[in-house]
Design a protein around this ligand. Structure first.
Ligand code: AMP
Ligand code: MG
Length: 390
């Protein structure tokens, strides 16, 4: 058995960052920026009014001052002349501030009669002008790697970048193994259950930025497993679920070895998820996850996420831990790292009392995995504990 950290290091050695591709901006949300991109213009490209009002000279602004209105500037329609002493230009939000003006008196602070305005309320000290380049300037960088969020997409659009260089999406093939498994919506026999892991893992992998393909369930015999592996061809990563322990029906290790897998390790000192194997299989990385639903999902967080981050070009592959105060005491941990299903709220963390690795209801109620290091001593309420959010 090896430690979680050693297993993760082996796993990261199996993969390297994928190629980059250009995608249209409208399809770039959630993708990972692969190269720095630079703004192609200033924003705003001119000093712009932030309010509806009157553009004037700041040093003429005072209560009861009067101005002659000589024209209008609206968004998309600038005023072409130059503003002189005693003059004002009617202006609307987003319009370029006319030459000669450096203050916008908002319309609420002004009374107007024909072409004469008078400042009737305290105009304040804010100029109500957005300076040229106040948001970003030409050449300003968005740095890679970066997972593009909706706000980033808006910023890239404003920068006038219609196509974005992103990492190719990692393709992950998911193989469930077991004679007992039936797809959701199917009709299970009296000794069968529904395959759940593949669906949970697909959802998780896609949240991490991968494209996951669910392959047909492989039955517990060698030809079926071999057929499943052949369907996985072309993926960057093949993930098997179940069949990885040492039972008579656990054939994943044997079949993968027959197909040429160079095994990097087998068995990790952690709970849940001890039987975990990984290696290279032809052009693909291969990870064999345990079948127990919670084990498979926890291993997804602990191992698949760092592998995907590496494929997507991030430097820091490991989830940063957060910490919270323990709400209820815990007994000492055994020799394996324990990722306990837990609930975090208002800075306090509580481990669920039943940590059985088959209970999806408990996992679904949890919002955190609390880490207990191997041989972590007894913990008292109030101790600070590390966790990752899930
Ligand atoms: P195994 O690792 O194949 O011995 O499976 C361990 C446990 O996980 C068994 O109870 C299996 O029925 C269950 N299991 C395996 N694969 C899946 C799956 N895809 N969905 C739900 N349960 C599974
Ligand atoms: Mg099985």
């Amino acid at each position: 058995m090896i430690s979680v950290e050693a297993a993760r290091t082996h796993l990261l050695d199996l993969v390297s960052p994928l190629d980059m591709e250009q995608v249209p901006l409208a399809q770039a949300s959630g993708r990972v920026l692969a190269e720095d991109v630079c703004a192609r213009r200033d924003q705003p490209p001119f000093s712009a009014s932030a309010m509806d009002g009157y553009a004037v000279k700041a040093d003429e602004v005072e209560m009861h001052a009067m101005f002659q209105v000589i024209g209008e500037a609206a968004a998309g329609h600038s005023f072409s002349g130059k503003l002189e002493a005693g003059q004002a230009v009617r202006i609307f939000t987003g319009a370029p501030v006319p030459e000669g003006a450096d203050f916008v008196v908002i319309q609420e602070n002004v009374s107007r009669r024909n072409n004469l305005i008078t400042i009737t309320d305290d105009p304040g000290t804010s100029s109500n002008i957005r300076p040229c380049g106040g948001d970003f300037t030409d050449g300003q960088r968005m740095t890679a790697p970066r997972r593009l969020r909706p706000a980033d997409i808006a910023l890239l659009a404003a920068m006038n970048i219609p196509e974005v260089p992103v990492r190719r999406r990692p393709i992950v093939a998911l193989i469930s193994t077991g004679d007992e498994l039936v797809m959701p919506g199917g009709t299970p026999g009296p000794d069968q259950i529904i395959a759940s892991n593949t669906f949970g893992l697909k959802a998780m992998l896609e949240e991490f930025g991968a494209a996951a393909r669910i392959l047909p369930i492989a039955r517990d015999n060698e030809p079926a497993l071999r057929a499943a592996f052949s369907l996985a061809r072309g993926a960057d990563l093949v993930v098997t679920i179940g069949g990885a322990s040492v039972g008579d029906h656990d054939l994943v290790g044997k079949v993968a070895a027959d197909l040429g897998m160079e095994r990097a390790f087998y068995k990790v000192a952690m709970r849940p998820g001890k039987p975990l194997m990984a290696g290279r299989l032809n052009q693909m990385a291969m990870i064999g996850l345990p079948g127990n639903p919670v084990s498979a999902m926890v291993c997804g967080h602990v191992f698949l996420q760092p592998v995907l981050r590496r494929l997507l070009g991030f430097d820091q592959e490991v989830d940063r831990f957060q910490s919270a105060r323990l709400a209820k005491p815990l007994p000492a941990n055994g020799p394996r790292a324990h990722y306990m299903r837990a609930a975090v709220s208002a800075g306090e963390i509580t481990a669920f009392s039943n940590q059985d690795s088959s209970l999806l209801t408990v996992l679904s109620d949890a919002n955190a995995l609390m880490l207990r290091a191997p041989n972590d001593p007894e913990r008292a309420a109030g101790d600070m504990m590390s966790y990752i959010t899930i």
